[in-house]
Design a protein around this ligand. Structure first.
Ligand SMILES: [Zn+2]
Length: 473
């Protein structure tokens, strides 16, 4: 079984940043066989016309709470405070295994729809291993590449990671070296000087599993957590620090010195309040970056959005800092090519898969995305392909997706997706949760109080003007 993308603009994302015009990408079996002009292909190869389009590696999301997709958009007006109250303290514990399954299934398909071929499921709603089995069942029902990052916010990581059920689950569901389904431990380090998380880090080390952790989150995790990890020898090149927005220079130095990477979820940080998106700071420490979407309870599982918002936040900060000094930024530091690299190679590196996915090179696994939309006025002229991906394209422009050599999206349509079943499952979860909470609590959870806005005294007098702002609307 082989498939070839014909005559596209190919962003290889190789080390040299090679971009090929009018070139082909041939995937044979589960691997990329060749990249170049007018390739000879085996008989029976499926041909995908890529003329006028961009062929690039599948994108990689290194942090998404996929189970929360069952509540898509519910928290659009939340801050981190409402998020914590809803999921951690009040309603998160009501999720049953089938609810985790419903959220994961639709989130996994959403990834493929948007050209995200590898997704880390930062699954911190696993109250029991039945929940965990449901999470993995959903991921395995979808032809994408996934990593289950096992977590449980209803218990300490030193508790759940020590349970025989957890150990049996890991043994039952994961095969070392399987690049279609990876495994991590997901928990946060509180900064408690007793460092109770030590036991969980030891379990991770014993299992050979990386740890992913929300670090540098305003009001939740801080430099103490980083220092404890470092002093106790648990910061490794496999460690992923999510957000890392409110950390001191000392913590960034510790991350850089131990080779870990930061998963930046710009849209999340901008809106929820973990701290300013950290790419602007990370540059100075030469810390590797990957991108993530965090949760579809607010945002979508769409890395175009991550690339765009990351460029915006980074450049915005650059200008703001310069203006404060009376200076002008004349050349942008962060380029469109950089965020496309973070969305591909950055993720692959973070997950220890840099020799497996993230670039279009012979021998890599066949994760390929075609961005092309024959009926859109936004696909031409194609003069700057990185700029096209970062600022112009959107997920509806993802025409074809191949994962591990298998065509999972073609002609803008997912292959083998039972939409009706996925929708019915999510609707049933929403109905259940709404019933558990009652209509009043359900509505209140979606609509937090709006703080008062103090209107400033205006020295100018309006006579016939009436405010049309949201205040008083
Ligand atoms: Zn998160």
């Amino acid at each position: 079984m082989s498939v070839v993308f014909r005559s596209g603009t190919v962003l290889t994302m190789d080390d040299a940043g090679t971009v090929l015009r009018d070139a082909d990408v041939l995937v044979a079996g589960d691997r990329i066989e060749a990249v170049g002009p007018a390739l000879e292909v085996p008989e029976g190869t499926e041909e995908i016309d890529a003329r006028g389009g961009i062929v690039m590696p599948g994108m990689i999301d290194t942090h998404r709470h996929m189970w929360q997709t069952a509540m898509r958009a519910y928290g659009a007006d939340w801050t981190l405070t409402q998020y914590f109250v809803w999921y951690y303290l009040e309603h998160g514990r009501r999720f049953r295994p089938q609810d985790i399954h419903a959220g994961n299934l639709v989130s996994a398909w959403e990834s493929l729809e948007a050209g995200v071929t590898t997704t880390v499921d930062w699954s911190h709603g696993l109250q029991t291993t039945e929940h965990a089995d449901a999470a993995v069942d959903a991921l395995q029902a979808v032809p994408g590449r996934f990593v289950l990052a096992y977590g449980n916010i209803q218990a300490g990581p030193w508790e759940w990671s020590a349970s025989p059920d957890f150990r049996a689950f890991v043994g039952r569901r994961f095969t070392p070296g399987d690049d279609m389904l990876g495994f991590q431990l997901a928990f946060d380090v509180t900064g408690d000087p007793e460092f109770p998380e030590r036991a969980a880090f030891e379990v991770a080390r014993e299992l050979g599993a990386p740890v992913t952790t929300h670090a540098g989150v305003w009001g939740a995790t801080n430099d103490d957590g980083i220092r404890l990890m470092h002093e106790n020898g648990f910061m490794t090149p496999q460690s992923i620090y999510v957000h890392a927005s409110t950390l001191s220079a000392d913590s960034y130095h510790r991350i850089a010195a131990t080779g870990g990477s930061v998963s930046v979820a710009t849209e999340s940080e901008q809106s929820a309040g973990q701290g300013y998106p950290s790419t602007w700071s990370l540059r100075a420490y030469d810390i590797p970056v990957s991108l993530s979407m965090d949760t579809s309870v607010w945002w979508s599982g769409d890395l175009f959005s991550a690339m765009r918002s990351t460029l915006g936040a980074d450049r915005s900060r650059d200008h703001l800092e310069a203006h404060a000094k009376g200076e002008t930024v004349t050349n942008s530091r962060l380029r469109a090519e950089h965020v496309v690299r973070w969305a591909t190679r950055g993720g692959a590196r973070a997950l220890g898969l840099d020799s497996v996915v993230g670039s279009l090179e012979a021998g890599r696994k066949g994760d390929v995305v075609l961005i092309r939309n024959e009926s859109s006025p936004v696909m031409f002229p194609l003069v700057n392909p990185y700029g096209q991906v970062a600022f112009q394209a959107q997920r509806g422009d993802v025409e074809a997706v191949v994962v591990n050599g298998v065509v999972v999206k073609r002609g803008h349509r997912l292959v083998g997706f039972d939409l009706a079943a996925a929708r019915a499952a999510v609707e049933s979860t929403v109905e259940y949760l709404r019933g558990e909470l009652g209509d009043e609590a359900w509505e209140a959870g979606m609509h937090p109080d709006v703080p008062d806005v103090e209107i400033l005294d205006n020295p100018y007098q309006y006579t016939e003007y009436r405010s049309d702002s949201t205040h008083g609307a």
